[in-house]
Each structure stands twice: as C-alpha cells, then as structure tokens.
Design a protein around this ligand. Structure first.
Ligand SMILES: O=P(O)(O)OP(=O)(O)OP(=O)(O)OC[C@H]1O[C@@H](n2cnc3c(O)ncnc32)[C@H](O)[C@@H]1O
Ligand SMILES: [Mg+2]
Length: 187
C-alpha cells in the first residue's frame, strides 16, 4: 500500500529530490510550503525543534528536514547556518572563507525528523556525504550544489545527473534510514 507523508518545507528543490527518492519506496509526499522559524543550536537541536513546530502547525504526523554544511577547517561551521551564509556571501564567499586553510573538506549533513503529531518527540535520521568546497561549476539554482564536489566523483552536485545525486547524497542516506523506521510503524 502507498504510504503518504506530509513534508513541511519552504524549499522546492528539496521537495523535488525527496519526492523522487521516496517514489522508489512507494511513499507519496504531500508538501506544505511553510517556512518554520529555526532556532540556534546543533544540527540535531535545530532539526528536532523545527519538526516539533511543524507538527503543531499541521496538527498531525509530519516530516521536516534540515541541511547543514560543515567545513572541516572551521570546526563544522557554518553547519546549520549555511542558509544565512549562502544568502550573505554566496558561492564565492564560501570559497573565500577557506582561503589559507590547508583543507577545503566539507561534510553535507541532512537530518530528517518525523513527529507522530503535536507534542510527540521527533525521531531523527541523519545522512552525510563527504566532499570539498570548489569554485562554482554547474547550474546555481540549488543552494551550494555548485561549490560542493562530492568525494570520489570529480563532480559538483550541480554538475551531476540529478538521478545520480539522489543515489549518493546526504538526503538519500537520511531518507533510507527514515524509510526503515517507517516500516516499523503500522500503516
Ligand atoms: O523550509 P526548509 O526545509 O528549512 O528549507 P530551507 O531552504 O530553509 O533549508 P535549510 O533551513 O535546511 O537550509 C539549508 C540551506 O542549504 C541549501 N541546501 C539544502 N540542501 C541542499 C543540497 O542538496 N544541495 C545544495 N544546497 C542545499 C538550502 O538551499 C539552504 O540554503
Ligand atoms: Mg530552513
């Protein structure tokens, strides 16, 4: 039987990837485009709080997702604050931040959160993909895709066939864990 999930996100590019990945697992995604306020804290704290607020707003079960980009040379920053960094300094600024540092290594981290409803503690599912920050290559419509070269591929996420990105991405790895968890719930 097809399972339905309500996904709260303000990001259309995320939604496209999540729908494509979950279709393979026979899960239909119903999107609500709400931009939930995000607290400061670790990626896990930000993710859990976002899902708690989303469940209150929709009044039922839902998933949310938070994406972080952790620069190894900077102890994991910008991490969950990558959206603000993208907005203020952009692709070239992300490269400039690492000037003079011996490593350009970065980890893309995706954290899905599932809440069974208002007041229910969110369950978290984390996926990570290693890579490095490089000068822009490829289309620039999705966040930092064009400056993140995934390890062992020689390509930025933006240069890749989207179907291939969805087999190696931080998002795919986190969703695989979420799907395993959903299988343990009653339909
Ligand atoms: O409503 P939500 O789901 O929170 O959507 P958002 O766009 O606010 O997303 P985040 O708070 O998770 O911030 C993550 C930032 O990283 C970007 N991003 C997320 N996933 C990405 C990916 O796979 N490739 C490139 N950029 C990505 C995204 O555009 C944001 O600028
Ligand atoms: Mg957000």
């Amino acid at each position: 039987m097809t399972r339905k999930l309500v996904f709260i996100t303000g990001n259309k590019n995320k939604l496209v990837e999540v729908q494509a990945i979950l279709a393979k697992f026979d899960i239909e995604v119903e999107a609500r485009a709400l931009d939930i306020p995000e607290i400061q804290g670790t990626t896990l704290e930000v993710s859990a709080d976002k899902c708690r607020r989303a469940a209150e707003l929709v009044g039922g079960p839902c998933i949310t997702e938070d994406t972080a980009l952790a620069f190894h040379a900077l102890g994991g920053l910008p991490g969950p604050y990558i959206k603000d960094f993208m907005k203020t300094i952009g692709h070239s600024g992300l490269n400039a931040m690492l000037t003079g540092f011996p490593t350009k290594g970065a980890t893309a981290i995706c954290t899905f959160a599932y809440s069974a409803g208002p007041g229910e503690t969110p369950q978290l599912f984390v996926g990570e993909t290693e890579g490095e920050i490089v000068p822009v290559r490829g289309p620039t419509h999705f966040g930092w895709d064009a400056v993140f070269q995934a390890a062992g591929t020689g390509q930025t996420f933006a240069e890749m066939d989207p179907v291939f990105k969805n087999t190696i991405s931080h998002r795919f790895k986190a969703l695989t864990k979420l799907v395993d968890f959903l299988k343990t719930l009653p339909e």
